[in-house]
Design a protein around this ligand. Structure first.
Ligand code: SAH
Length: 271
């Protein structure tokens, strides 16, 4: 990493989904030389701050308003100091990033963002699932069900679900009845597979629930999952057990690309 900036600066660091080992190396190096860390307590485990040096001021922002958060960051940001806002997953997804950056810009403080592993990726990883599959879906939609934050025009769940691509639903575990209604209206079958992961990657606390559009709500109720969960609805789910999986062209012996020439197709005689 380059030398310390002489300008006051705040780093927005993605802490990843919960497992401290999923913080990026860059994020961990920053934490290891931090002077002040403000972390989003409701989801980011304090463990993410385990590399902070002894002198580092570590504060949980869970009871703070946006203004208190930005005031704290502005106050700590001094030339030569490493000040970190540690956020769950990736800071650019439902992270109020720009709302925090604007007051820092106005105060003349430099900002840098270190991306993080989002819970959408962590949820699929722990279930050994793929977000995309050849000839099944090549598209992932990261979205949420409308709550107190209204959805912009054209982004209702029904419209987005009509693509039948992979849908990763954040902040929506208490809204499963709406998901069921909207996806059915968009043409998804009752037996469409659904994956719910609670606390993906959290050591000892992760729960993986597999179900269908019809029964996932009941299964989550039984498992008492009503927060911190990623919902994935996708035609790719369960593909690990498909006997007729379409393979990717990238590794196909008959397919040439930048790094590998296709093998000459075998003639019937050679075969
Ligand atoms: N920036 C975060 C998302 C913050 S919004 C990210 O990139 O993951 C908070 C929502 O993210 C939660 O309601 C839940 O839907 C999801 N979430 C965050 N961490 C999670 C985890 N470890 N397991 C499952 N879902 C998680």
């Amino acid at each position: 990493m380059s030398g310390q900036s002489l300008l006051p600066k705040v780093w927005f660091v993605g802490a990843g989904p919960g497992d401290p080992d999923l913080v990026t190396v860059k994020g961990r190096d920053l934490i290891a030389r931090a002077d002040a860390i403000l972390f989003a307590g409701s989801l980011v485990q304090a463990a993410a701050t385990q590399w902070a040096p002894a002198h580092c001021e570590v504060m949980d922002s869970k009871d703070m308003t946006l203004e208190q958060i930005t005031d704290w960051l502005i106050e700590k940001a001094k030339p030569g100091k490493t000040v970190i806002r540690l956020q769950t997953g990736d800071p650019g997804l439902y992270g109020a990033l720009i709302e925090m950056v604007q007051p820092l810009d106005a105060a003349g403080i430099a900002v840098e963002v270190v991306p993080g592993v989002s819970s959408a990726m962590a949820a699929m990883a722990c279930a050994v699932e793929s977000l995309t599959l050849p000839e099944v879906t090549q598209t992932v939609i990261l979205t949420r069900v409308e709550g107190r934050t209204p959805m912009p025009e054209g982004e209702s769940l029904r419209e987005l679900a009509s693509h039948h691509s992979t849908l990763c639903l954040f902040l929506s575990i208490t809204l499963l009845p709406i998901i069921q209604t909207e996806l059915k209206a968009a043409g998804w079958a009752d037996d469409a597979p659904v994956l719910v992961v609670h606390k993906a990657s959290w050591p000892g606390e992760q729960q993986i629930i597999r179900g269908t559009l019809a029964d996932i709500r009941e299964k989550c109720r039984e498992a008492k999952i009503n927060s911190q969960a990623m919902i994935v609805v996708s035609p790719t789910l369960g593909a690990r057990h498909w006997p007729d999986l379409k393979k990717s062209k990238l590794y196909d012996a008959g397919f040439t690309h930048r790094f590998r020439r296709a093998e000459r197709p075998k003639t019937e005689e050679q075969a």
